[in-house]
Design a protein around this ligand. Sequence first.
Ligand code: TXA
Ligand code: MG
Length: 307
Amino acid sequence: MPLIEPTAEGIARCAAALRSGGVVAVPTETVYGLAADALSPAAVAEVFRRKGRPAENPLIVHVPSADAAAALAAEWPGEAEVLAAEFWPGPLTLVVPKSASVPPATTGGLGTVALRVPRHPVAQRLLAAAGIPLAAPSANRFGSLSPTTAEAVLEALGGEVDVLDGGPCEVGIESTVVDLCSRPARLLRPGRVGVPQLEAALAARVEVAPMGSPVAGPGMYARHYATAAPIHLVEELAGAEAGLGFGGPKSGLQVQMPSDPVRYAALLYSALRELDRLCPSHIAVESVPEGQEWDAVRDRLRRACQG
Ligand code: TXA
Ligand code: MG
């Protein structure tokens, strides 16, 4: 049975598998991750293989605390200290110079490493039990939607992987990624932690990398989050078309989305999966409002629409 309940016994089993170089899908508050020992090139290679992920696309390393993060960094800047104190544990990833202990296989050959302390209680218990940093990209095949439930992981990766079941993810989209190796700090991927919050914590400006362009950072592909059916943005859903909208659904092929960006993000991937399962000719998505609080959702929708 590939679904594992997060009992003490289940967590101990997953921790043992990870310590001996295995791969386990694990819940975080953002999306499920496909975890392996971040310090083992062989374990990390297996993650790349199962995802079908290009080797130059760096992984995020999950640790139990800011101290554990600093231990994997060659340099732990003041900004990291401030952001860690403010947002960890939580949906924020910090890119800093890597220490020699982190193998190039984990960082796609880069001299920097992306670090995050997740706040999902099951992820925290697993990190404590495993006692090793866990490299964990989203637990999907490369280029497709990130899974936000244990069942979605099984659907995405087939029955071969063990999945620690932590229930549905609360945030629903991937963490905010901030590069602290450039001055000023640079947003590489928008997420639940927004630019205004980052700037308030740092009392400094945060530069926003142009989204969807290769210069945004390694692994920031214009096309991402793909469904089988092509997705496009519309002003308003037509009566018969499959899609996500804000108004009342006009057919069983339409999902009414929340008008609050946080709740919208939490539902986005599961709603797209649900529609995609019905094999529509295309999926239409009503454009979301302009405001900054919609940046993360708008970024995912833009990438999902690139054909
Ligand atoms: O919410 C999340 O971050 C989830 C959960 C599982 O923690 N993980 C996740 O991993 O989204 P993944 O592999 O799908 O996204 C990792 C991305 C890379 O594609 C890249 O854009 C950025 O994080 N990244 C990782 N290491 C980096 C580095 N050294 N420099 C710049 N960007 C990096
Ligand atoms: Mg991903």
